[in-house]
Design a protein around this ligand. Structure first.
Ligand SMILES: [Mg+2]
Length: 232
């Protein structure tokens, strides 16, 4: 953690994808599901589906550069790639929402990180306030992970009041405000140095990156180490 260790931790704000569940097994499962869909439709429909999903992901990653956007990011994230693909936005949005948000839900629980519920429970018992801030909508995923009861604050970058993807500081600061704590008393837990650590630092928060391959003060290899670093 970057700032003084003497500052008490009164709240922890979490990233969701890759932080509360392990992404590789979910990605493998979604590849199987896409393969099953390919068997039920024409090769042309499958090619279109793959092209649409690839374009959505690319545009969404590029939208990070917009910072705090003037128009609704919830719209821009669909309108812009549909425009690039010269396709109607409605079927594009329906397909993307299905594959990115709805279809993965039943498979999330099996990918939940070992020890996550225990660490969250210990933090809650200690009186530490807990929230989630993610680039994607969080409520359905938290329910599917069976972790929603732990988090009193649940925010997404596309919420009207935020409208900025990470690493813009806006969502991180909104999380601190909702948790009722100044940024220096809140730790952000994420899995990406370039968006999570950068955004947290920009907001004046400490950050711990969950990464099984890294060690050092700003990293935790697993939930056991994370718990120790959070003092539980
Ligand atoms: Mg993540």
């Amino acid at each position: 953690m970057s700032s003084t260790p003497l500052t008490p931790i009164r709240a922890v704000l979490w990233d969701l994808d890759g932080t509360l569940y392990h992404q590789p097994p979910l990605r493998r499962r979604m590849l199987i599901e896409l393969g099953k869909a390919a068997l039920r439709q024409s090769p042309a429909a499958t090619l279109r589906m793959m092209r649409w999903l690839r374009c959505y992901r690319k545009v969404r990653e590029n939208l990070r550069g917009l910072g705090h956007a003037e128009s609704s990011l919830d719209r821009v994230q669909f309108d812009q790639p549909a425009q690039q693909l010269r396709t109607a936005v409605e079927p594009f949005e329906t397909l993307v929402r299905y594959w990115m948000l709805e279809h993965p839900l039943p498979y999330l629980r099996a990918a939940r990180f070992d020890g996550s519920a225990e660490i969250l429970g210990r933090l809650r018992d200690k009186g530490v306030r807990l929230g989630v801030f993610s680039d994607y909508p969080v409520r359905d995923k938290l329910k599917a992970l069976e972790l929603d009861d732990f988090f009193e604050v649940q925010l997404a970058a596309t919420d009207e009041s935020i409208n900025a993807f990470k690493p813009h500081a806006r969502g991180f600061l909104a999380g601190c405000r909702a948790l009722g704590c100044p940024p220096e008393e809140v730790v952000y837990v994420g899995d990406r140095q370039d968006v999570d650590a950068e955004g947290a630092n920009a907001a004046g928060m400490r950050c711990i990156i969950l990464d099984s391959q890294q060690s050092g003060p700003g990293y935790a290899r697993d939930y056991n180490e994370l718990g120790r670093k959070l003092g539980v």
